[in-house]
Design a protein around this ligand. Sequence first.
Ligand code: AHG
Ligand code: MN
Ligand code: MN
Length: 340
Amino acid sequence: MNSYKITTLNDFITLKQKDFPFAKGELSNLLNHIGTAAKIVNKKINKAGLVDIIGRSGVVNIQGENQQKLDNFADKVFTDALRTSGECCGIATEENQNEIVFTEKFAKKGKYIVCMDPLDGSSNIDYNVSVGSIFSIYRRITPRGEKVKNEDFLQEGTEQVAAGYVIYGSSTMLVYSTGNGVNGFTLDPSIGEFCLSHPDIKTPDDGKIYSINEGNYIFFHEEIKKYIKYCQEKDEDSGRPYTSRYIGSLVSDFHRNLLMGGVFLYPQNKKAPKGKLRLVYECNPIAFIAEQAGGAASDGKKRILAIRPKSIHQRSPFYVGSKNMVRKIEDFIDERKRNN
Ligand code: AHG
Ligand code: MN
Ligand code: MN
C-alpha cells in the first residue's frame, strides 16, 4: 500500500518555523487562525445556493459598491479569527472605512497587523464563479500594548512578513509566503485539512496568457490599447497571439497565471483614473506572492512593493505575473522605449 504522505498546513508552518531561530510561534499561530477562518468561509461558499448567503446585504460599502452578504460574512469570520488569535492587534479590511483596533488585553499585545480583502471577486459569487480571500501581514510599528494606529497599516509592501490568498474554486487552496518562497495547500474536505499540494511554486518568466477586462477598451489609454494589439498579433517566436483569459476575480486570474505563466492587467483608465484595485489589501499581498515565485508586479512605472501607501483604500494601476511580460508592459507605458 503506497504511503500517502500528508503534510498539513499546521505541520508545514511548524516545520518552517524552525527556519526562523527567534520565532516564538506567534506568526505560526496567526497563520493557523487564518487557515481555520478560510475553512469556515469555504463551508459557507460551498452551500451558497442553499443558504441565505447569496445576493446583496443591502449595505453600500465604503467603496460605494453594493456589499454582498458573503462579503459581510467573510469579513466577520476573518475579523473574529484574527482578534481571538492573540497575535494580531488590529486589522484593515475592504469592508471597513477605518482600521479596526482590537482593544481586548490579550489582543493589544499582538505584534502583527493584518490587511485583508475578505472576499475577492464577490460580484461572481451568485453565479458560482470562483472567488478568493487575500491577506497581508506586517509587524506593527507603534509600541506593543498600545492601541494600533493608522500608520501601522500604511507600510510599504516590502515590509510584509507574510502574505497569501485562499481561492474557493473547483478545489479550495491556500497559497502563502513568509518570504522564503511560495507554497500551496489544497483543502481535503474528508479530513478538513489544508494539505501541501504545490510545494515551492515558481512562476514562468514568460507566458502566453494575458488577463484584462477588454470591455473597458474604449476607456484605456493609448499605450494599453497598443499592448492589447501586440498580444493579438501573429509572431511565432514569442508565441503570439496570446490567449485571453479573464474571470473577474483577481485571485482566480492571478492564480492561473502564477502556475501557467501569464500577466494580469488592471490599468488606470478614463473610468478608473487611479485604477480599481486597492494597493494595501489586493496589490501588495499578490505582488509579494508574485515576486516570491520569481514574477514581478508594477504600477506601470514602479515596483508595487516599493509604493508607500497614503491611505488604506488607495487604488493603484496593477500589472502582475511573469516578469518578462510585466517588463514588456512597462516598456509600452514608457514612451521612450515604446517608439523604438
Ligand atoms: P472585490 O470583489 O474584492 O471588490 O474585487 C473585485 C476586483 C478583482 O477581484 C477583479 O480582478 C476586479 O475587481 C474585476 O473588476 P472588473 O469587473 O471591473 O473587471
Ligand atoms: Mn478584491
Ligand atoms: Mn472584496
